[in-house]
Design a protein around this ligand. Structure first.
Ligand code: PHE
Length: 414
């Protein structure tokens, strides 16, 4: 069963009915890959920081935040799905693992920072596969200006300078209007100021995208880097956008951003300012730039992985041979009137098997016509990144999964 307290980063927290952090997840909190020497995530962080040399660079805030910081301060509605225990990790009802770096916006603005970058590990309950991992890294950037005529004139000049810089680059940008009926200016903002700020956001991030991806795409006029802006929605920005980059035949989602909601700045005690913020995921970008094929590799301590990198340099990862995989199926009847959420299943598997689980897929699901009970079959694919697993070893892990399913989730194995 669950202990009545958990010790996390040196502090004791009582558990309660919604506690769902597992030892597998808690073991990641102290690793801080974005600060490990020569780690690709650290190099990527340095590159982005170098693009904003005069800004504050923060990277050591605790992953434990209150639901108030993660959601309420950022204007998330009370019934937002991200709050659910199936989607987020809770230590108890008052403390959770941040799901995004935006959780720190208010405290950083409150400290008086006006131009800042913040890098951190974030946690989301999710399925298991080669591009999803329950811990990943985000970088938040924000830039706020005085909301007056002279500061807005400076933004306009900065926009002219950035536009000119982009004209020299092999980049093709698909844009959307800065403001539209579905992506409105905030009631407290002057529409012309909001447009200038949104334009500054776009220019700043377009130059960042070119700096990051210009080496792999956008090498010539005939083969430019393609960046696409899309209208988006976030509770804490308006207007809001998403940025996608065209890479190897696909549009890849790179970041979310927008004009900071005045409520956020009000809560932080910042008055007479307005500005923009963005949040980007580092793994997705690093996988592209380094050709890293599996998100679990970032967590590898295998010298065949780590020794390939040099701090500050982006190099092409040379995959070493993969060890064979081994799959096991498990079918079960759910308890009466209860459905087992896929994320609960995945966390249980991950807690038993750690990084030996490569992916989990639901391969069958049906309701018995007479009894009304639900049967589900999951296929678990096991593979180690650094050695060959024996069938016996995998059977031992699988039987632990099966008995925990029975004891913890109350299912009947078929
Ligand atoms: N926090 C958002 C996410 O994780 C991204 C974002 C950051 C959007 C800042 C707008 C402004 O999806």
């Amino acid at each position: 069963g669950l202990p009545d307290h958990l010790e996390i980063l040196g502090t004791r927290y009582p558990t309660d009915a919604i506690t769902n952090v597992t030892p597998a997840i808690l073991s990641k909190l102290s690793l801080r890959l974005h600060t490990q020497h020569a780690h690709p995530l650290n190099t990527l962080r340095s590159l982005i920081e170098a693009h904003y040399p005069d800004w504050a660079h923060l990277s050591s805030l605790s992953p434990l935040v209150t639901p108030y910081q993660n959601f309420d301060e950022l204007s998330f509605p009370k019934d937002h799905p991200g709050r659910a225990v199936t989607d987020s990790y809770y230590v108890n009802k008052d403390m959770m693992l941040r799901t995004h770096t935006s959780a720190h916006e208010v405290e950083v603005f409150r400290k008086g920072h006006t131009k800042w970058l913040l890098t951190a590990d974030v946690y989301r309950r999710d399925e298991i596969d080669g591009s999803h991992y329950p811990v990943f890294h985000q970088m938040e950037g924000a830039c706020i200006f005085d909301a007056d005529a002279s500061a807005m004139k400076a933004v306009e000049e900065d926009n002219a300078r950035l536009s000119q810089q982009l004209e020299q680059a092999n980049i093709v940008i698909e844009d959307v209007p800065h403001i539209s009926p579905t992506n409105p200016v905030q009631p407290s903002h002057d529409a012309r100021h909001s447009e200038l700020v949104a334009k500054n956001l776009k220019l700043s991030l377009n130059t960042l995208m070119f700096k990051l991806f210009g080496g792999v795409a956008g090498s010539s006029k005939e083969n430019p880097l393609r960046v696409r802006w899309i209208e988006a929605y976030f509770p804490f920005t308006s207007p809001s956008f998403e940025v996608e980059v065209f890479f190897q035949g696909k549009w890849l989602e790179i970041l979310g951003c927008g004009v900071v909601r005045q409520a956020t700045l009000d809560t932080a005690g910042v008055s007479n300012k307005m500005g923009w913020a963005f949040g980007l995921g580092l793994e997705r970008i690093a996988m592209i730039l380094y050709s890293i094929p599996d998100i679990r590799l970032f967590w590898s301590t295998d010298p065949r992985f780590l020794s390939q990198f040099e701090h500050g340099k982006i190099t092409t990862f040379k995959p070493y041979s993969k060890y064979p995989s081994c799959f096991k199926d498990v079918s079960f009847w759910s308890p009466k009137d209860k459905t087992i959420h896929e994320n609960d299943f995945c966390d249980l598997v991950r807690d038993v098997a750690g990084d030996l689980v490569e992916d989990v897929r639901k391969i069958d699901h049906f309701v018995h016509p007479k009894t009304g009970r639900t049967s589900t079959c999951f296929r678990i694919n096991y593979r180690s990144m650094d050695r060959s697993l024996s069938n016996e070893e995998v059977n031992v892990i699988q039987s632990q999964v099966v008995s925990r399913l029975r004891d913890q989730l109350g299912v009947e194995i078929r």
